[in-house]
Design a protein. Structure first.
Length: 221
């Protein structure tokens, strides 16, 4: 993942000069990298159409920059990463006014802008990935909420459980949740891992903990 991200970022640098390059080098920092790798790459699985620190010309008053822009016709989608310290408690009147003016200009210019709180990205990554996928699914039809009505009850309960926990869980916890024996639980967990609903969180030959897989992270079970 780090290698794919580094390659993508290097491609973003090509052809940029002046303020655009400076914004990319300085503006695409920890918060934006966290969203790109932990939310976008793990959720969508590809960085196609995504642009970092994308420049949008203003109306005769310079340019505005979007943290991450998804430029896939027919839509222009901006994904903004908001740190509470920067956009909340320490916001000056001038910054507050600039942010609202910027938002209005972007919407007027045909952009759909979503704002992702940094704390949510850190603490509830699955929730953020699910929102991204639901958004793309609604607009493009190839990602989004997938209701697998044929998924058996035990599997749906495990997915709900993992989604609520937001942490890895053990086979013993699965046994307690479903009221089944260890062998049955391990067989069930193995099958769900093979199908992509879950993934191993620790252990190689014998998995000791599981977490939501990409498929399960956006299922409304």
């Amino acid at each position: 993942m780090d290698e794919l991200y580094a390659k993508w970022l290097e491609q973003q640098r090509q052809g940029r000069t002046g303020e655009s390059l400076r914004r990319l080098l300085e503006g695409h920092a920890f918060n934006e990298a966290l969203f790109t790798k932990e939310i976008w790459l793990k959720g969508v699985g590809s960085l196609n159409y995504l642009q970092a620190e994308y420049e949008v010309p203003g109306f005769g008053e310079g340019s505005f920059y979007i943290d991450n822009a998804y430029l896939r016709p027919p839509y222009k989608i901006g994904w903004e990463i908001d740190d509470f310290k920067t956009h909340g408690q320490h916001t000056s009147r001038r910054t507050f006014e600039y942010e609202r003016e910027r938002q209005n200009h972007l919407v007027l210019n045909g952009w759909t802008v979503f704002r992702m709180p940094l704390d949510m990205i850190r603490d509830q990554p699955n929730k953020c990935r699910r929102f991204v996928l639901l958004t793309l699914g609604k607009l493009y039809g190839d990602f989004g909420e997938k209701k697998e009505t044929s998924l058996p009850l035990k599997q749906r309960e495990l997915i709900r459980f993992a989604n609520k926990l937001q942490r890895p869980f053990s086979p013993a916890e699965a046994c307690d949740l479903l009221g089944i024996r260890s062998r049955h639980a391990r067989t069930l967990l193995h099958e769900m891992t093979e199908q992509g609903w879950l993934e191993a969180a620790s252990g190689v030959q014998r998995v000791r903990a599981y977490r939501l897989g990409k498929k399960g992270s956006y299922l409304d079970a």
